[in-house]
Design a protein around this ligand. Structure first.
Ligand SMILES: NC(=O)c1ccc[n+]([C@@H]2O[C@H](COP(=O)([O-])OP(=O)(O)OC[C@H]3O[C@@H](n4cnc5c(N)ncnc54)[C@H](OP(=O)(O)O)[C@@H]3O)[C@@H](O)[C@H]2O)c1
Length: 291
């Protein structure tokens, strides 16, 4: 399995990780299938799993995905010492909606709840899910810095942030990772400089929704540019897409989600897919409609 450093102060992880969200939100599979899917990703060589307290149905179900991952890791026979589980705090799910909540008290409570849900004494990577305009960004980041000092968190990450926010946060606490959206459908992380900044600083860029998310990924198999590349390489269009995302920066680590073992295996295997420079250019230039 190819690896990439998770961050400047962290070890290497599989260059494609596994995103747990579809296993716990609306449309989720049975627990038995979800655990088989996580095991398939681990068997295929994934050593990074991304989760969040809010990957669940609503506020009564917080921690669903973290508990699921803890259960799957508990029954996985492989070696666990090199696995990194990354979770997040800073959102809530009232009535199933996604709302931001960056108050330090909330982050402290959320971290304690995540520690219990994951069944660990220290969270490997704790990410601030998204800046909350009602709370000073540095107050929120300060709460994560404190959690790190207390030993509840090993590494700190940010999500849904800009370059100035990464720079501001880095003055308070070492930032190991940044998790923003990146796929051929949504390339703002390339335009706003976040991917380049992370590469310069050796910060891991965890590319979320790398195949476009739950709805848009279904357009990939019929895509006129991806399909012939996939056919030539004997790969899926999803795998070609993930290989393109990987190629966008030296520290990019896509974290695709999936609800089936087959999709999980296919996604992780994309780490080894050789895309030629002309394939990358063709995908760069292609139109990916989001309607
Ligand atoms: N920080 C944030 O704000 C944020 C936001 C969104 C997501 N995330 C994280 O990023 C992860 C990934 O994002 P996402 O789940 O929104 O979108 P995604 O990974 O772009 O797409 C997920 C969907 O793509 C399908 N898929 C993936 N690989 C496939 C393959 N090789 N073949 C066929 N289908 C495939 C899966 O379908 P099936 O379900 O049918 O397998 C899955 O439901 C999440 O799980 C979560 O950990 C973070």
């Amino acid at each position: 399995m190819r690896t990439r450093p998770l961050g400047p102060d962290a070890p290497a992880v599989s260059s494609i990780g596994f995103g747990g969200m579809p296993l716990s939100i609306s449309g989720r599979p049975s627990e038995e299938q979800a655990i088989r899917t996580i095991h398939a990703a681990l068997d295929a060589g994934a050593t990074l799993i991304d989760t969040a307290d809010v990957y669940c149905l609503d506020d009564n179900d917080l921690g669903h995905n973290e508990r699921l991952i803890a259960k799957a890791l508990g029954s996985w026979p492989g070696p666990r010492d090199h696995l990194i589980v990354a979770t997040k705090g800073g959102l809530t799910r009232p009535g199933g909606r996604w709302e931001r909540h960056g108050h330090p008290d909330h982050l402290r409570r959320a971290c304690d709840r995540s520690l219990r849900a994951l069944g660990v004494e220290r969270i490997d990577l704790y990410q601030f899910h998204a800046p909350d305009s009602r709370v000073s960004f540095l107050e929120s980041v300060g709460a994560l810095a404190q959690l790190r000092t207390q030993g509840k968190v090993r590494w700190v990450g940010l999500s849904n942030v800009s370059v100035p926010e990464i720079e501001d946060a880095s003055r308070l606490v070492p930032i190991t990772t940044v998790q923003n959206r990146l796929s051929p459908f949504f390339r703002e992380a390339l335009r706003d400089g976040v991917v380049a900044h992370c590469a310069e600083q050796r910060i891991g860029f965890l590319a979320y929704s790398p195949v476009g998310g739950g709805r848009l990924n279904r357009k990939l198999p019929g895509h006129p540019v991806l399909r012939p590349i996939a056919e030539r390489l004997g790969a899926s269009t999803h795998a070609v897409t993930l290989a393109w995302v990987l190629a966008q920066g030296a520290t990019v680590i896509p974290i695709p989600g999936s609800r089936t073992p087959e999709h999980a295996r296919d996604a992780i295997a994309a780490a080894d897919l050789p895309l030629a420079p002309e394939d990358l250019t063709a995908i760069d230039r292609a139109v990916f409609r989001t309607d």
